[in-house]
Ligand binder design. Structure first.
Ligand SMILES: [Zn+2]
Length: 342
């Protein structure tokens, strides 16, 4: 099992400073923030079903009691967010400092497992029963960021492999792929698999995002995405003290959110169906243990609870408990497989 320190810096001060610059940039543009409906079920804040749940760094988040998700509102408008990610100091710091310095650990602990999960999903759901299930298809990554997934996957591409081509989009990264999903010049029904890792929690309108993905997909094609699970252990326990709650994450889904979106919100003609939701996360327990050390109020809360105390203060139990969370869809890190029905 890998540790958080393998993939993120131990010293957060520099990162914090850059993030603070980003937050200040957003706050000086408060006139471009908008009130949002629930991004999953679209209940309005006037419905009585939206309860304020967190205030962090001056941003306000609501919990939707209708569908269970949480979201930021008011929130920078879609246009402001697009502008924001182009100048983000946080993104610059990750691209110049964190990714280059954690590259090998990230490939081993994040990108290779993602590729494994993607191959498993394709084998399980794409043309079920036929083998090989997918041959020489087209893979699209949305929100490719620093590009590590692409770097690895390109080595797997040859004239005999599952994919013959890999396309990547990231509007905020210079050079190669500076377009948004909306501007992406590709034919409808032309992509076999779309992956979007840790993207949809940043997106102003996740329903629209999935609809565009649905149009690009071939019948039987798959969308594979990862995002935080708001009901998972570390977010459920720590609330706004979880590092996952931040100004860039404007949507916090539950494991049911994607069923809701596919069955009740997304254009039925696209035929998108959730095939699988899992929580393969490995860091919940470690993240909570760190907060117990760092934050007195968390330490107090945990030490008052005999069960939590026994789990978190014993490394063997802690490891077994992380396995339990993973196996019971209770980790805060979730993976969703959506398929376009034929
Ligand atoms: Zn809702």
């Amino acid at each position: 099992m890998f540790k958080e320190a393998d993939i993120r810096p131990n010293n957060r001060e520099e990162l914090w400073k850059e993030q603070q610059k980003d937050r200040e940039w957003l706050f000086t543009r408060r006139d471009q923030w908008v009130t949002r409906f629930c991004p999953v079920c679209r209940q309005s804040h006037l419905s009585g079903m939206q309860t304020p749940c967190w205030i962090k760094f001056g941003f306000l988040y609501f919990k939707c009691t209708n569908c269970g998700c949480a979201y930021m509102s008011p929130c920078p408008s879609e246009e402001l967010l697009a502008e924001f990610y182009k100048i983000s100091k946080n993104a610059e710091y990750w691209n110049e400092e964190i990714y280059p310095n954690t590259k090998n650990a990230r490939i081993e602990n994040i990108e290779l497992p993602r590729i494994g999960m993607m191959y498993n999903a394709v084998h399980s759901f794409y043309n079920t029963g036929e083998c090989p299930s997918l041959h020489q298809g087209t893979l699209l990554e949305v929100g490719a960021g620093y590009g590590l997934f692409g770097e690895v996957i390109k080595k797997h591409i040859n004239s005999n492999s599952m994919f013959k081509s890999y396309e990547a989009l990231d509007p905020y990264k210079a050079e190669n792929y500076k377009v948004t999903l909306e501007q992406f010049d590709y034919l409808e029904n032309s992509i076999d698999v779309i992956v979007a890792f840790e993207v949809i929690e940043h997106i102003f309108d996740p329903c629209k995002f999935l609809e565009i993905c649905g149009k690009l997909l071939k019948p039987d094609g798959l969308i594979i995405l990862t995002c935080p699970n708001v009901e998972g252990f570390d977010i459920a326990l720590l609330g706004d003290l979880s590092d996952t709650v931040d100004h860039e994450h404007i949507n916090y889904f539950t494991i049911d959110s994607f069923n809701w979106l596919c069955d009740k919100r997304i254009d039925k003609r696209l035929g998108l169906k959730v095939r699988e939701v899992t929580t393969p996360g490995q860091l919940d327990v470690e993240l909570v243990q760190k907060k117990v050390k760092e934050v007195p109020v968390v330490r107090l809360h945990v030490n008052k609870n005999p069960l939590l105390k026994q789990i978190l203060h014993d490394e063997k139990r802690a490891g077994n408990f992380q396995t339990f969370l993973r196996e019971n869809n209770m980790s805060s890190s979730m993976m969703v497989v959506i398929q376009k029905e034929e």
